[in-house]
Every structure is written in structure tokens, then in C-alpha cells.
Design a protein around this ligand. Structure first.
Ligand code: NAI
Ligand code: MG
Length: 332
């Protein structure tokens, strides 16, 4: 059965890492069909929109989307809206998954294998803000439905892992919003007898990620807390350059490297494709190909250990050379 993958390169090194990801998917021989779609700053300049309707439609129709990165202008530009935020909203990709796994690179701590599940559609990023001269307010929206579905997603993922879930909140201070999140979380957790569920305050987690990150299996939390904790956790295992993420809804899924469009190295052919290959492992898992996902995952570790490496990891290989070596290795 042929599955349709929507490929969105975006800007900058998106044009380098997404073609590498496509080559890896093709090498699996699993029978994909690909649809290429545009988004980002170049698309905005060409079409007057950073997210053309054809792109939304392509992502909607695909079995999964692989997204590179887009460049966002530093100053607000009339009519420009972040396409990734708009896509997440349009496809209702309410769960942001960030696996954090020890890697054989200098600067990675050993013994870490956690998954951070971040609520992606509400909380402090709901976009309800107002400025009153010298007073500004951002509303934090937490709903029972939004909390229940993200916690349910985290529990489902935990049952396939070490069956341990940490619910992260600050309900001792934000009694209304975090209070509702916590209440909804434990109501859903009661249905999952085989998962051990505990709760921790977000500031304590920020510290324990540094002092004892091995203790975590699955973490579930609200939007802003998850954004901050997942970047912190990425720093424990080699940094953002290697980190993948998944944006999941009930009917759609989009996978991407966490890094941006890297304008400083774009066009030089030296972008590291390994974060995108990490996103490919998540896509393979999602589309019911766990054996292939595992092969790609172990190959990432092997290539990090033995090379070749791109300059960001101290090597001198190009994107194509790493991709060639990767594909040869994954097919062994
Ligand atoms: P960035 O992640 O693009 O780059 C930060 C540093 O890491 C740069 O020195 C870059 O060369 C390096 N780097 C990143 N990915 C790499 C890779 N695969 N291989 C080798 N080196 C890599 O972040 P920055 O510079 O803050 O943002 C650049 C642009 O990307 C901005 O327009 C920003 O808005 C956008 N951005 C987009 C994201 C997305 O589309 N999801 C996420 C983050 C930033
Ligand atoms: Mg972030």
C-alpha cells in the first residue's frame, strides 16, 4: 500500500535536509508517494502568503507531513503569519512530542530516554493578549477537553514505554488553570491501571532535568512549560541540532527537525540531516513501521559514533556524504 507523504522544505537548509529525508524514506522501499508543497518566507514573497492553500490541502490529504524549517522576519511584516503555527492550528495538531534520548556525542549525558508531551493548542500561547499602555495581559486558556486529550495521548505513549508518567504543573500558584489541568489529568489517569502517574511542580522539574534526568519516562505538560522544558532537555543530549519533534492530532501528523532554517550555512550543502532523520523515525513509528524506525534510530547512533559528520559536529562531510553513508548503513 502506497502512503502519501507531504514534503514541505520551507526555507534555508530546509531545501537541504528534506531532500535527504526523502532519500532515506525512498531507501526503505516501503512504497511512498510524495507531494511537495511550499511554505515560509520565500513562499510569502512569491505568493503573498506564507502558507498557500495548496499546501494546507496537501498536508491535510497526506498520511503524514515532513516539514523542514521556515525563516521568520525579525520585524513584524504586514500579512506574514508563521506557517507552522497556522498548520498546527488548521490540522489540530494538539500534541507536540519531543523525544530526548542520550546520543554518542560530546556533551550528551548518558542514561536519558524520555518523551516530553507538550500541549500545543492552548495555554499561554492561545494568542489572547492585550496591551493597555503600561499594562499588558496575556490570557492563559486551559480547557478540560484540551487537558484530557493531551494527557490521554501521553498515557497511551507511556503504555508502550516504561509506563511512568509525570504530570507537570504549577497548581499551587495558578490554581484555576493548572488546577483544572491537574484535575483533568488525574481523572484520565484513573483509567490507566498499568501506568504509574506522579505529579511534579514545573520549577522542580527544571532542576531535576539537570540533576537526575534519568528518572523521567514520559512528561506531560501545558504549552509554555513544555516549550521551555523541551529545549532544556534537548541541551542534555547534544543540543537542538540533533532534536526531532512530532506534531500530532487525532487525524493528522507533522514531523520536523527542531532547528530553524540556519541562514548562516544555507546553500553550502553542509547542513546536518540527522535531526531530520530523527523526525523520519517518528514518522515511521507513527505509520506503523516500528522495525524500520528502530533501524533508522540505531543508524543515527552508529553514524554519530563512527562518522561521517557535518561541520557542526566537528567533521568535514557534506549533507550528501552523510546521507549516502547513512543509507548504505541503514540497508546493511
Ligand atoms: P537555527 O536553528 O536556524 O540556527 C541556530 C544555529 O544552529 C546556527 O548557527 C545554525 O547554522 C545551526 N544549525 C541549525 N540547524 C543545523 C543543522 N541541521 N546543521 C548544522 N547546523 C545547524 O536558529 P536561528 O538562527 O535562531 O533561526 C534562523 C531562522 O530559522 C529564523 O528565521 C527563525 O525564525 C527560524 N526558525 C524556524 C523554526 C522552524 O521552522 N520550526 C525553528 C527555529 C527557528
Ligand atoms: Mg521552542
Amino acid at each position: 500500500m502506497s502512503r502519501a507523504i507531504c514534503l514541505i522544505e520551507g526555507d534555508g537548509i530546509g531545501h537541504e535536509v528534506i531532500p535527504a529525508g526523502r532519500r532515506l524514506l525512498e531507501a526503505t522501499g516501503l512504497g511512498w508517494s510524495f507531494v511537495e508543497a511550499e511554505a515560509g518566507w520565500d513562499a510569502f514573497r512569491r505568493h503573498g502568503t506564507a502558507l498557500p492553500e495548496a499546501t494546507t490541502a496537501a498536508a491535510e490529504q497526506a498520511d503524514a507531513t515532513l516539514f523542514g524549517a521556515v525563516s521568520s522576519p525579525l520585524q513584524p511584516v504586514e500579512g506574514y503569519r508563521s506557517p507552522i503555527v497556522a498548520l498546527r492550528r488548521h490540522l489540530d495538531l494538539y500534541a507536540n512530542l519531543r523525544p530526548v534520548i542520550s546520543q554518542p556525542v560530546p556533551g550528551s549525558r548518558p542514561g536519558i530516554d524520555m518523551l516530553i508531551v507538550r500541549e500545543n493548542s492552548e495555554g499561554l500561547y492561545a494568542g489572547i493578549e492585550r496591551r493597555e499602555v503600561d499594562r499588558a495581559v496575556t490570557e492563559r486558556v486551559i480547557t478540560r477537553r484540551g487537558s484530557e486529550r493531551i494527557v490521554r495521548r501521553a498515557l497511551e505513549l507511556a503504555t508502550r514505554r516504561r509506563k511512568h508518567l509525570t504530570v507537570v504543573h504549577k497548581a499551587n500558584v495558578m490554581r484555576a488553570t493548572c488546577g483544572l489541568f491537574r484535575e483533568a489529568a488525574f481523572a484520565v489517569a484513573a483509567e490507566y491501571f498499568d501506568v504509574v502517574v506522579e505529579e511534579q511542580l514545573v520549577d522542580a522539574v527544571a532542576m531535576r532535568l539537570i540533576t537526575s534526568p534519568e528518572q523521567y519516562d514520559v512528561i506531560v505538560t501545558t504549552n509554555l512549560f513544555g516549550d521551555i522544558l523541551s529545549d532544556e532537555a534537548a541541551a542534555l543530549v547534544g543540543g537542538l541540532g540533533l532534536a526531532p519533534s512530532g506534531n500530532m492530532g487525532d487525524t493528522h501528523a507533522l514531523f520536523e527537525p527542531v532547528h530553524g532554517s540556519a541562514p548562516d550555512i544555507a546553500g553550502q550543502g553542509i547542513a546536518n540531516p540527522l535531526a531530520t532523520f530523527g523526525a523520519v523515525t517518528m514518522l515511521l513509528d507513527h505509520l506503523g513501521e516500528p522495525a524500520w524506525a528502530e533501524r533508522v534510530r540505531t543508524t543515527i547512533a552508529a553514524i554519530l559514533t563512527e562518522g561521517p559528520r557535518t561541520p557542526d559536529l566537528g567533521g568535514d562531510a557534506t549533507t550528501d556524504q552523510v546521507t549516502d553513508a547513512f543509507i548504505e548503513r541503514v540497508l546493511e
